[in-house]
Design a protein. Sequence first.
Length: 125
Amino acid sequence: MVLSIDHIELIVRDVDEFVEFYQKLGFEVLLRTAHHGGSAELKLPGENQPVFEIHSVTGEESIGINHIAFKVANAQEAYDDVVSKGIKPERGPHLVEVTGRTNVNMRDPDGWRLQLVDADRIAPQ
C-alpha cells in the first residue's frame, strides 16, 4: 500500500531562514505557497527523494515535525484499506487545493500525525 515517504512537514518560526539553510545543504525549492501562512517545499536532487514541507507555526501547532506523509497509489483505495483494517482516519480523502494534494489524515497509536498522500498531484490553486 505505502510506496514511499512523500513528505515530512516541519513547523518553523521563519520559513525564509529555513529555506536558506536547507538550500545551503543542497536542497532545491520545488514550490512556495500561501499554505499555513507561508510554506515551501524542498527536496534533495535526484529521483524518489522525500520532500520537506516547511511552514510557519500557526494556531495550536508546535515547532518541530508536524507529520510524516506516505505516498500511496490512490488515496481513496488506501483510505478504504486502512478503514477495513480497523484504523480510523480523521476523515476521508480530501484535496488541499493550495498544495494540489489529496490526502488522508490519521494518527498512530501514540497520537503522532500521519498522512496517506495520493501519488498524483495537481497544480496548486
